[in-house]
Design a protein around this ligand. Sequence first.
Ligand code: PLA
Length: 394
Amino acid sequence: MIAPTVPVTVAYNKDPSPIKLNLGVGAYRTEEGKPLVLNVVRRAEQMLVNDQSRVKEYLPIIGLAEFNKLSAKLIFGADSPAIQENRVTTVQCLSGTGSLRVGSEFLARHYHERTIYIPLPTWGNHPKIFSIAGLSVKTYRYYDPASRGLDFRGLLEDLGAAPSGAIVLLHACAHNPTGVDPTLEQWEQIRQLMRSKGLLPFFDSAYQGFASGSLDVDAQAVRIFVADGGECLAAQSYAKNMGLYGERVGALSVVCKTADVASRVESQLKLVIRPMYSNPPIHGASIVATILKDRDLYNEWTVELKAMADRIKNMRQQLFDALQARGTPGDWSHIIKQIGMFTFTGLNTEHVAFMTKEYHIYMTSDGRISMAGLSSQTVPHLAGAIHAAVTGVA
Ligand code: PLA
């Protein structure tokens, strides 16, 4: 299980070195190393500020209705039969984390099987969220360190051996921390296996559009599960793809078999949310709804999103090239094969400690680096540190 990312940032903040580099937390930085507020977000905010009719009243328990509808469309597709048949219930939550938490509290109270299978490894917060909510957490094999790719056979064996009805956490795209996703054919096999065993898919979609640059491509895995008419849950975050990290805006959708079940699920979700935080904040959801409902703003968003995804891909290539140029021992092709914000480098805890001490480079101890925190100027520093680590540290 990976170490929490936040302590990495604490250590980074304390380091006085001018060359220090934080590749720990997954937050997008520009080529200049600065946080980015999307232009489309600035425009939407300006429109909201200029609208004198807007007030600061409480939102309903499940949040902004328009935001919920648009969020479901974004992940399931505008023409999704599940949406048209009113089989989806969507509630606004506090970003991806809050959506996962509300979803798992709901399952712990009302679902008949209280075991959730999470990939090994996974985002460090997953096991904590699910166990605190009252689910019992088990793992399924996911990553094969030898191939630095998917352990597909191990995954199928472990899910095949899971008790029927168990919940399975799936990363919708850009698996964190490994950057390794199943192919579409593999997703189809996973779907068939899960449906045949009645396993319940719970998708964590924290990176839609951020992985491939296309919102639709990154939602494909979720959509093949929804297309078969079965149940599933999806937690969405706008932290990365709209750069709304600190606004804490996300959504939980539960796809049900009938409209009647969906409306009863909504009532139960309200009972989960009300004693937790009463109702969600208004600002972030208003920004998202403003962008999603306006064709021009939406198009502008997709262009900016693609530019972020492209910059990350470019950093992968640059880092790979820099290691090749140095003749750094080992096969580094996984850097360009992996997808999304992170590269799972294969560096061990000792390498990481060495790079932090000698090069002031911060990353999680499992060797995960955030490609989004890298720039053309810092690639040589990182490549030099990796080279020194793998040639000098056992
Ligand atoms: N799910 C996954 C797979 C994530 O990687 C993250 C964020 C979230 C959900 C939740 O994000 P949100 O609540 O902000 O929407 N992971 C980050 C940040 C980017 C973190 O750890 O807090 C990471 O560095 O792994």
